[in-house]
Design a protein around this ligand. Structure first.
Ligand code: SF4
Length: 363
């Protein structure tokens, strides 16, 4: 099997090492680019949401490199994601690509189905084997996510923010060429050590912003136009409300109860929205309240154009912003999003928060 999977932020770091440990040849797609988006847009239905189009681009770029098996996560949820694997299978078939698609649905959607599909990858569908193999993958994913968040913290305080970018770029480039878990863990440790050595301003009190919204847009830097970096370069400390680790812990590792962190957010969202609306709509609402309670200065909701759950969440967080006096900005991204206008909006939002802070200090 020559396995590939779509890009989901830094998931390829843990995913690649994990699959290599199992003896598979892994062919990750090239880092998402305009070419990926062009290919994806060309072969996807026009009104489909942005992640779908990028996934198609990722698959085709990986197939061009020799991949014959595609691993994706699935869902039968009420938003379009529930149909992704079916439509994508159809598109690839019509284009003449002869590939196997393995869909890893959350165990919530049928434990036997989950075990069968995981078994195809692991070569065994015994529960003990699944747990034994999934644990180290989760650990590595956690380390990779923690490193990304650590770089966000260092960037906010760093005297030279470009130094942080350089270290992280080198890390991402090296990660593609390494093989196996051990090498990846060493690289993560080494990168953390380098980040620790970056000169920082310890007296600086950064503005804190939570990034909330649709999970793919939050975690994939190409799609969110590197929002973490852009805000970090403005001296803002950012935290993402959803990460691959939090998704995995909630939907797979803590099955059937869900993780404490995500359950807490669902509880916070309940007075505003008590039912499942697909995607991470409820989590977006809970995360807005969570960051307000944590003393953050604001939150940015980010979503792809036409994202159904996030459109619902958007209308609800307007009330949260008003009720809790908490500034929340919404950014909608699609293939037409221009970088200059995007940066202007981020700068204006950060300025607004700075002024608000000054006013609160005076008043
Ligand atoms: S959550 Fe939004 S962007 Fe993601 S698949 Fe559903 S509708 Fe599309």
């Amino acid at each position: 099997m020559k396995i590939t999977f779509p890009h989901l932020g830094n998931v390829y770091i843990a995913g690649k090492a994990f699959l290599e440990e199992l003896g598979h040849t892994v062919i990750p797609p090239p880092i998402c680019s305009n070419r990926t988006l062009e290919i994806g847009s060309k072969y996807s239905p026009e009104t489909m949401c942005l992640p779908f189009k990028i996934f198609i681009g990722n698959y085709i770029e990986s197939i061009e490199r020799g991949a014959d098996t595609i691993l994706i996560t699935g869902s039968c949820g009420p938003c379009r994601f529930g149909m992704y694997s079916i439509i994508q299978r159809d598109i690839l078939k019509k284009l003449g690509y002869d590939v196997e698609i393995i869909v890893l649905e959350s165990p919530r959607e049928g434990i036997e189905n989950f075990k069968r599909n995981v078994g195809k990858v692991l070569g065994s569908n015994s529960t003990i084997d699944i747990i034994r193999n999934i644990k180290p993958a989760l650990e590595l994913m956690k380390k990779a996510d923690n490193l990304t968040q650590y770089s966000n913290i260092v960037r906010a305080y760093a005297i030279n923010k470009r130094e942080v970018n350089r270290i992280m770029d080198e890390y991402y480039n090296d990660a593609v060429n390494l093989h196996g878990t051990k090498a990846m863990v060493e690289l993560i440790h080494e990168t953390r050590k380098r980040l620790k050595e970056v000169e920082i301003d310890r007296k600086y009190n950064p503005i804190k912003i939570g990034i909330i919204g649709e999970i793919y847009t939050i975690i994939e830097p190409f799609v969110n136009l590197e929002i973490e970096r852009k805000l970090g370069e403005m001296g803002v400390l950012v935290e993402k409300s959803l990460t691959p680790t939090s998704w995995f812990e909630h939907h797979v590792y803590s099955y059937p109860f869900g993780s404490k962190y995500e359950n807490m957010k669902l509880k916070l969202a309940k007075p505003y929205l008590g039912t499942q609306i697909g995607g991470h709509g409820r989590e977006t609402i809970g995360s807005a309240i969570y960051y307000r309670n944590l003393g953050y200065d604001g939150a940015i909701q980010i979503l792809p154009l036409n994202c159904m759950p996030e459109i619902v969440a958007k209308s609800v967080i307007k009330n949260i912003s008003k009720d809790l006096d908490f500034p929340i900005m919404t950014l909608v991204v699609d293939e037409m999003t221009g970088e200059a206008g995007y940066i202007t909006r981020l700068e204006a939002y950060v300025d607004l928060i700075k002024k608000r802070r000054e006013k609160l200090l005076i008043g």
